[in-house]
Design a protein around this ligand. Structure first.
Ligand SMILES: Nc1ncnc2c1ncn2[C@@H]1O[C@H](COP(=O)(O)OP(=O)(O)O)[C@@H](O)[C@H]1O
Ligand SMILES: CC(C)(COP(=O)(O)O)[C@@H](O)C(=O)NCCC(=O)O
Length: 309
């Protein structure tokens, strides 16, 4: 048994063990900044930043430098001169409502505060969902977030161009308010040191090249499905007083639901769309991640699994 564990590509650490790996990494953000970036219902606090995210930002920063050295070796082998700086690409995957966007925004800020790689861009894959009219045409409206609801070729082209050093690369923008891609809006990415790509399905493999093949590091945000369902429902209840209350929201009619009605509707959405997507498409990609952040029922990260081989 011990021998099997020795041969495993993974090392699993309790939070108390992982936090030791921070070493002397300073805490470069304050509570106001953390509150500003955390998602609705996400309780991440400064202790979690110190225990989990500072060791992680240290590891990634070390790997950014190592990856550039590896790239330089190839350039030298090819006899080309003056190697360019290649953006380091990080993928962040996990279920709807698990807290990926908070992890992504937090990591973006922490990584940008290292002097060696100050320019960190973040894109979310919802921008690559097909527009609503196209989802309708393909009969995919009730499969939003499933791999086939995305223009995967466009996403792959986008990340390939960023990584190849294009001066400007443009991504479409999705709005939860409009429940659609915003025509004419775009996010422009200009030669970042690090690009973070966050989305449900970013770790999906493909028969040909997949966006996950371009990742230098990947993170899967993980929790028990029953806990995520509860967070999803709680967030849905809270959205009635925030996003849904906007008359322009596609879901404005949800704002007037009673608690019982809202729980029933959120449960239906979870069971029909988000839980099957988690079980069939997202969870099977977890073994591919470089790092798994495992959350307990209280939403706090309790364990970290690192793929070291
Ligand atoms: N219907 C909605 N209206 C407005 N914002 C939403 C809605 N659903 C999700 N969000 C917001 O979108 C972001 C991404 O949510 P989600 O895809 O569930 O991923 P995660 O919770 O893992 O970050 C979160 O900040 C969430 O609060
Ligand atoms: C927009 C999303 C598909 C997530 O997009 P991502 O950026 O993770 O690719 C998801 O948040 C969503 O709205 N799913 C639809 C089902 C639901 O409303 O619960």
């Amino acid at each position: 048994m011990a021998r099997v564990r020795e041969l495993s590509p993974y090392v699993e650490l309790r939070r108390e063990q992982w936090r030791e790996l921070r070493e002397s990494t300073p805490l470069p953000l304050n509570l106001d900044e953390l509150v500003e970036l955390r998602g609705l219902g996400d309780p991440v606090d400064l202790d979690e930043v110190v225990d989990v995210y500072l060791p992680l930002s240290r590891l990634i920063s070390l790997q950014v430098a190592a990856r550039q050295r590896l790239y330089n070796t190839t350039v030298e082998f090819l006899g080309e001169d003056s190697p360019a700086k290649v953006p380091f690409v990080i993928g962040i995957a996990g279920s709807v409502a698990v807290g990926k966007s908070t992890t992504a925004r937090l990591l973006r800020l922490l990584l940008a505060r290292w002097p060696d790689h100050p320019h960190v861009d973040l894109v979310t894959t919802d921008g690559f969902l097909f527009p609503r009219a196209e989802l309708d045409r393909r009969n995919l409206m009730s499969r939003k977030g499933f791999p086939e609801s995305y223009d995967r070729r466009a996403l792959l082209r986008f990340v390939s161009e960023v990584k190849a050093g294009a001066d400007e690369v443009r991504a479409p923008v999705y709005s939860h308010l409009a429940y659609d891609i915003l025509p004419g809006e775009e996010q422009v990415v200009r030669r970042p040191d690090i690009l973070i790509v966050e989305g449900l399905n970013v770790l999906q493999p493909a028969a040909r090249l997949a966006v996950s093949d371009l990742f230098d590091f990947s993170i899967y945000v993980d929790a028990h499905s029953d806990d995520i369902e509860r967070w999803y429902i709680d967030r849905f209840l809270a959205l009635r007083h925030t996003a849904f209350s906007d008359p322009a929201s596609h879901f404005h009619h949800y704002a007037s639901l009673t608690d019982a009605e809202a729980v029933a509707e959120a449960t239906r959405l979870w069971k029909q769309i988000n839980e099957p997507n988690l079980a069939h498409n997202i969870l099977p990609t977890r073994p591919r991640a470089t790092l798994v952040l495992r959350k307990g029922a209280n939403h706090r990260i309790s364990r970290v699994r690192l793929r070291k081989l």
